[in-house]
Design a protein around this ligand. Structure first.
Ligand code: SAM
Length: 440
């Protein structure tokens, strides 16, 4: 049998407790969330003298994510596969009483936890690149196959979930909140992928060694389920200092959000009352606007652009602006005579134009299905990640003009906001350019 574990007084100090907690959080974030990762426990100090080390890797069994522990003894290997929650508890139990060294290798980082003989935990991390990283990507793909969607991105025991009523005090999902739970997980998955694509998680060259602030603004935050989830995800990432703000029209929601923040003692998360349509621009790394009504989405995107956001993510809601403007051009007339089709067309055109305007503003943009909320069937997401290299935008602007002319669209809110600023910068130029947009 693998080595049994006994309760241990580790860690002694609160700093050690924090290091251990952060390391376990990193294990959860990397081993469990479908990233490329493996864990090695070494420097054996436990009771089984022939045990050398333990390696831990993600594995999918019967469609469920598990962690596979290989206990290497002098003359044999023992394998034990555990469901995720039990596996993370086992890792925690092994650290200190059985092993004094742990290395977590992710796709781009090596994170090391060392435990001194007096039980002091020290956490270090360094970035890794090159072949070693790509080898681990292949391993992770093999291990996960097509089962990634079954994994959970948020630990069901996180306190904010209970505070917001998503889980019970016993950390089970409240049945009426199961769709919200699914939405939170899906959103964190999208958010985490966008962060990696954006390079926001890389150390700040201007302040090496310091925690890098990541400024997130969530416009129309509502009760803050996703605002809390984003903050919780960021605070578990080593080297990151989250600065998350939920902006919300309703003062009662703002009070509720801030009360929960205070109760949980969270740092780097706050809610403020505000109307996205009249907000002043502020520096932003990630702009979020989920289910903001009609043109509120356009104002939020514009604030993201003006704030220099590296990531813009929105899930638009109700599309009223374009519908009354739409012509039914030949030969679409017989199709668009049906109101339901006209509504669908207005939605597609609004979000399609938003995506193109983001492309023209220097972002790689995707439009895809998200998960529907309980009170709406809207389930589209627009995700834009700022390019590191400029691309000419004239062709995209010309396509936008063609589409507008074809459907008789006179104006679209985001385009108006962009063009107003572009015109303010250069009243002489006929068409906006990506370079001009970036300079705003
Ligand atoms: C459907 S809820 C979505 C909440 C949250 N983003 C989510 O997806 O779970 C939309 C929220 O946006 C807020 N809202 C509507 N218009 C707004 C505006 N102009 N500025 C700021 N918030 C607004 C509403 O009060 C509401 O709480």
């Amino acid at each position: 049998m693998p080595t049994t574990t006994a309760p241990h007084p580790l860690p002694e100090s609160s700093a050690s407790a924090l290091s251990l907690d952060r390391f376990i959080a990193c294990c959860a974030a990397n081993l469990v969330e479908g990233r490329s990762a493996s864990l090695l426990l070494s420097k054996h100090c436990g009771p089984a003298p022939d045990l050398q080390r333990v390696t831990v890797r993600p594995i999918v069994l019967r469609g469920e994510l598990h962690l596979s522990f290989v206990y290497r003894h002098d003359t044999r290997d023992m394998t034990k596969n555990l469901p995720v929650d039990a596996a993370l508890r086992t890792v925690r139990d092994l650290l200190g009483p059985v092993f004094r060294d742990a290395h977590l290798h992710t796709a781009d980082e090596a994170i090391q936890l060392t435990i001194s003989q007096r039980g002091v935990c020290t956490l270090r991390s360094r970035s890794i690149t090159g072949k070693a990283a790509s080898d681990r990507d292949e391993f992770s793909q093999m291990a996960h196959g097509h089962d990634r969607e079954k994994q959970r991105w948020v630990d069901v025991t996180r306190p904010f979930l209970t505070e917001l009523g998503v889980t019970t005090a016993a950390h089970t999902v409240v049945p009426a909140m199961s769709r919200k739970w699914k939405q939170i997980n899906k959103f964190v998955e999208v958010f985490a992928g966008a962060l990696r694509a954006s390079r926001l998680l890389e150390a700040d060259p201007a302040a090496p060694g310091a925690n890098r602030p990541v400024r997130v603004t969530d416009f129309g935050a509502g009760k803050g389920y996703l605002t809390f989830a984003v903050h919780d995800h960021l605070r578990q990432l080593p080297g990151i200092a989250p600065e998350v703000t939920g902006v919300e029209l309703r003062p009662d929601m703002v009070r509720l959000g801030n009360a929960a923040v205070n109760k949980l003692g969270l740092v780097g998360l706050r809610f403020e009352e505000g109307d996205v349509r009249s907000q002043a621009a502020r520096p932003i790394d990630v702009m979020i606007a989920l289910h903001a009504c009609d043109t509120a989405t356009d104002h939020a995107i514009d604030l993201g652009l003006r704030g220099g956001a590296a990531v813009i993510v929105c899930s638009p809601c109700c599309h009223k602006e374009l519908r009354p403007q739409l012509l039914s051009p030949h030969p679409l007339k017989p199709i668009l005579q049906h109101g339901v089709h006209l509504g669908q067309q207005a939605e597609m055109l609004t979000d399609g134009l938003r995506a193109m305007l983001l492309e023209a503003s220097g972002y790689d943009t995707q439009v895809f299905e998200f998960v529907a909320l309980e009170h709406t069937q809207k389930n589209k997401m627009i995700l834009a990640v700022k390019r590191t290299r400029p691309q000419p935008a004239e062709a995209v602007w010309a396509q936008i003009d063609d589409i507008k002319a074809f459907y008789g669209i006179r104006e679209q809110c985001l385009e108006n906001l962009l063009r107003d600023r572009l015109n303010a910068v250069d009243t002489q130029s006929g068409h906006a350019t990506a370079a001009a947009a970036r300079d705003l």
